[in-house]
Design a protein. Structure first.
Length: 152
């Protein structure tokens, strides 16, 4: 099975990179915001939907940054091949969800939700002076981090 994922890279006016800290099925993961392509969607439509669902944020999808060009098995479903597509995005409005200062800073209501959904997330910006591939968990995200550091 192929699993298509679409992610957005938002760099704000302070040159900070937005990341999502997630607890998924007991695993702590820091990644770029985005998610799975649904049947009938284009990649940019998927990204707009995911950002609206996760961040309640309307975005403009900009230039293509990277598409997976090697085999990567899913971290969650053995036998699935991940293909990830990354775009630079711009916020069309102020971010409304809480922006955290520390990784995995989930509040009590999120932890209660986790019990039933097995997935929670929080968002934070990382200053570009300390941002690196080491800040991210997933192998494809690490490649994109290196591209971002060179390009932006």
């Amino acid at each position: 099975m192929f699993n298509l994922r679409v992610y957005g890279v938002l760099i704000n006016e302070k040159k900070e990179v937005l990341v999502s800290d997630e607890l998924i099925r007991g695993q702590y993961i820091t990644k770029f915001p985005g998610g799975g392509l649904e049947y009938g969607e284009g990649t940019k439509d998927c990204l707009r939907r995911e950002w609206m669902e996760e961040l309640q944020l309307q975005i403009e999808v900009g230039e293509h940054i990277y598409t997976t060009d090697y085999f990567q098995e899913s971290a969650f479903r053995a036998g699935d091949q991940i293909i990830s597509i990354y775009y630079k995005v711009n916020a069309l409005e102020p971010i409304k969800v809480p922006i955290r200062m520390q990784p995995f800073d989930f509040d009590d209501s999120q932890m209660k939700t986790y019990e039933s959904t097995q997935e929670i997330e929080s968002f934070r910006f990382i200053d570009s002076t300390v941002f690196s591939e080491k800040e991210l968990t997933l192998p494809i995200d690490k490649i994109v981090a290196k591209i971002i550091l060179k390009k932006y």
